[in-house]
Design a protein around this ligand. Structure first.
Ligand code: PEP
Length: 250
């Protein structure tokens, strides 16, 4: 692998049932064949098949994560919610936190901060989503939005080595478009600058998310700052997902 791509994270969103598990076998077989290459595949299915995914991928190259959690670490009277401890107890290793599809329903930076703290306390990895909306971009607010999301989302957190930052411009998610190469580079540099200033981290893990597919992935791989991808729509089709990985690691 000549580029820096290490992570391929599939976010299945509210898609996938037990039938999907059968097609996952293709991804498992593929990862076996490529196991000498140093990359990680993480799948984040809906809660209903999370446990099935963990069982299916046991002793494989693939790890499993949840798509969200409650901010309470253990238990409580929170109907319909799942805690980081519950997610850990079934063997999942990651939780996506701060996804824009949850931010729009009222998830604030302060709630996100609590979720990240609870998840890290459980020694799980966080996939922390940040990114500007199209309105914020038009108003030239991208940097200030990212700064606020990072500083407030990571309040009272000292160590960020178990956090993967997912830069996801909201205007690219599910829209079939990606930012200009230079814009991605600049945003990654800016995120790195904030993280260095606040956590003295020189080499944070930052992945890109937003309409990654088999057609644009090769050009995205040319951007040295990108260490992996958060893949929504294209992760629903194992062949497409495999194609993305193949094109990135060859
Ligand atoms: C996402 O929702 O995190 C995402 C990246 O979606 P898509 O790839 O479909 O744009």
């Amino acid at each position: 692998m000549t580029n820096n791509i290490k992570y391929f994270i599939g976010n299945l969103k509210m898609y996938g049932n037990t039938n999907y598990l059968k097609s996952m076998q293709k991804v498992i077989n593929f990862s076996y064949k490529k196991k000498h290459k140093k990359f990680k595949i993480v799948f984040c299915p809906p809660y209903t098949i999370l446990s099935d995914f963990v069982k299916l991928t046991k002793n494989t190259q693939i790890e499993v994560g949840a798509q969200n959690c409650h901010h309470n670490e253990y238990t409580g009277s929170f109907t319909g919610s799942i805690s980081p401890n519950m997610i850990k107890s079934i063997g999942a290793k990651y939780i996506i936190i701060g996804h824009s599809e949850n931010r729009v329903t009222g998830e604030t930076n302060s709630i996100i901060n609590k979720k990240i703290i609870s998840t890290l306390s459980q020694k799980l990895n966080v996939i922390f989503c940040i990114g500007e909306t199209s309105k914020e971009k038009k108003l030239n607010k991208t940097n200030s939005v990212l700064k606020k999301q990072i500083i407030n989302g990571l309040k009272n957190i000292k160590k960020i080595d178990k956090i993967i930052f997912a830069y996801e411009p909201v205007w690219c998610i599910g829209k079939g478009k990606i930012p200009k190469t230079n814009d991605i580079k600049n945003q990654f540099k800016y995120i790195k600058k904030i993280l260095f200033k606040n956590f003295k981290t020189l080499n944070p893990t930052i992945v890109y998310g937003g309409s990654v597919d088999q057609n644009n992935v090769e050009s995205l791989c040319q951007i040295n700052e990108i260490k992996g991808f958060l893949i929504g729509g294209a992760s629903r089709k194992p062949n497409k997902f495999i194609d993305i990985v193949k094109k990135s690691i060859n």
